[in-house]
Design a protein around this ligand. Sequence first.
Ligand code: TRP
Ligand code: ZN
Length: 883
Amino acid sequence: MFRDSQPRTIYLKDYRQPDFLIDHTELYINIHPGQTRVTSMLQIRRNPNVADASSTLVLHGQQLELLNIRIDGVELPKNRYRVTADELHIDDCDAAFTLETEVLIHPEKNTSLEGLYRSRTMYCTQCEAEGFRKITYYLDRPDVMSEFTTTIEADNEFPVLLSNGNLVAQGQVEGGRHWAKWHDPFRKPSYLFALVAGDLAVVDDSFTTCKGREIKLRIFVEEKDLNKCDHAMRSLKNAMRWDEDVYGREYDLDIFMIVAVDDFNMGAMENKGLNIFNTSCVLAAPETTTDFAFQRVEGVVAHEYFHNWSGNRVTCRDWFQLSLKEGFTVFRDSEFSADMGSRTVKRVEEVSWLRTAQFAEDSGPTAHPVQPASFMEISNFYTLTIYEKGAEVVRMVRTLIGPELFRAGSDLYFERHDGQAVTIEDFVAAMSEVSGRDFNQFMNWYRQAGTPRLDVRGEYLADKQQYQLHFHQHCPATPEATEAEKQPFLIPVAVGLVTDNGDLPLTTDGKTEQVIELTDTDQTIVFNNVPVQPVPSLLRGFSAPVKLSFPYSLDDYSYLMSHDTDGFNRWDAGQRLAVALMQQLVEDYRKGAPLVLDNRLVNAFAAVLADANPDKAMLALILTLPTEAYLSELADTVDVDGIHYVRQFVRAELGQQLAQEFMVVYRTASEALSAMEYQPSAEQIGLRSLKNLALAYLVAGRHTDSLSFTEHLLADSANMTDTIAALNCLLNDSRDEAKALVPDVLESFYQKWQHESLVVNQWFQSQAMCSLPGGLERVQQLMEHETFDIKNPNKVRAVIGAFCSANAVNFHRQDGLGYQFLADNVITLDRLNPQVASRLLAPLCKWRRYSNERQQLMKAQLERVVAVPDLSKDVYEIARKSL
Ligand code: TRP
Ligand code: ZN
């Protein structure tokens, strides 16, 4: 990567329509190992909607070698055009013309995995956000939508040639080569273009739409992975049906294809009719795939499929609107997964993730609004804020207007903007129109960064039989705005009032839950006819992405854990109880005081362990202590060692004091499961998560039988969920007997699975996350392993990423060598793959949250990174903003 000058910042306020449009795009892509030729014929015309359109056409293009350039069939004289590092300028253009260019590119040398690149035995593309410009000269911006015809020519050793849309012709060429021509009837921006050439096997199926059209479904994988496609295919068909049932959206082309690629920067990509997936997000089989990964496949397959409407048929005007497609689509896939499995479990999982990682982003140096006002490198904006907070904002729209009007708004949005590139404002306008509601204040959720704080107090007036809730909201400063500059948010707060006799009726028609809409900085809500002092259940279902505080007592938490009728809030009460106790213990640890676990947590856990609730996944979630990452997010200054020590202490105490109970749960769940054939069903996933959690507590409590349980599970399990759970237990078991087993276990695991790349990644990740001392040395050794490959993002994430973001005690070792390790790798990766390098850097950017000594060490490494000459825009932007 190279940089000519200081990277430029691009602003939303500077948006201008394009001066030119491209009606038709015809591509000829001639793949030759060593050099690939791309010829493009573009039918261009001046944009009639731009009054002062320039006559100079400026096309994007990077790392292209221009061989030929013609306008209307005539070679262009040298004085009519200029080529720069990332643009092609053509002067004195007519109102309409055909531009033909021929360029040379080198996919085999493309390690950025953006544009056209080679991955193992295949060639494939990744064009979002701005990768198409590495394939040919183009107006590579989403508001230029064109009809594409693509011809691919390659050697016969790449028998499968795919692009968007329908196959219209194919044939043989002399010299052992062949070609295929594809036509996509739907106009689309260049970021949705895709092509694949490879030696791939295929799984075929079909889907009949609600209108009776038969759609061909094809999943392309390497031959060895043919047995791992069933789950993705089933998920795809479920997603297609769900989008018809819930959103009234039918698939449009006659064929829908998925291709699995091993080298991929993200999870998957929604290219029109030809989704390209990271193998980790599409392949699944019981022996090789954990329950967690099964669920991820289902979610990602659905996510990409749903983009066909929310993203492709209606796309984004510019990249500031990214959350228009991503926030909405995450909301859609989240509801799909909730319908496929357990709704409350899904909600708890996504909120834990949001509160841990997105809240941290929102309070750090790279905090940005869901609709950002500026960026340097758009690849840096595929963030938790755009995706997860964006989905929460869409969820609030539905909460505010109700599901029926939300569906009507969605219908209007799709109908009105079909075939267009639009804005977040257009989406909200549709919701506003069908509901007659004013969304002006609501737009603050899109335009202001930061997580709002909501401080609540309750007041019971017995004489008036009245209960009052006093709310105060404020939003801390973020890089683009001070606290004083922030406008109040419209916050929907779902409330219930819990008493010994159940929830109080809150509305005249007897409803026990009410959505309060806060609009002011300070607001009081009065409930009448309240016979006894209730315990308020606030923000049910996590109705808004805020940090809520209420002066609950520890006993209130215990009370809500058993009495709240909202499943999400029952879980949250348990979390709040554990957080409160653990924060106190961290304080005791800091003072050198002895640690004693409060009985309330033990009793609460005992009650949950005795609970006959059939939703075992929910029980497992309630029994899972807040993570180190979440406790760190909540802390003012992160006490890395204290948090780790305390969490281990509490786990060990619970494991010991409740050994009997955990043993019963472990045995019961094991027996139940042994009677069933493995299925990644919600029921079984719940049972396994509860069973493996019980095992982890028994190990933490050093139960004498626990090591043999682990060993048995490792030896006998026929599914990867149990295998990895046991491996993690063993790797983190500090007993000498356990440590003695580790080398052989790791070696035989590797021998068994060395040909399954995704399993080897699990094996890497478990080791990288082992929190026992010596983590850095272990990770450095893993990087020397024969299968480690720094060019493969999945390997980098499994080893370096897992270590730096999910092994806090080792990464934050006192001597700062963990930080140096990360900086070294970011610098190496920046040359190879800037997108991956930039994401990897995130843990160093949180330096302000740590102690003085650590701050200095972290900052020094960040400064080292920024000082590297010719740093990519990607890494530069993130490092610069963090300093
Ligand atoms: N649009 C993709 C999704 O959310 C994200 C994506 C895939 C992506 N590959 C990428 C974003 C590469 C940036 C760069 O489904
Ligand atoms: Zn997406």
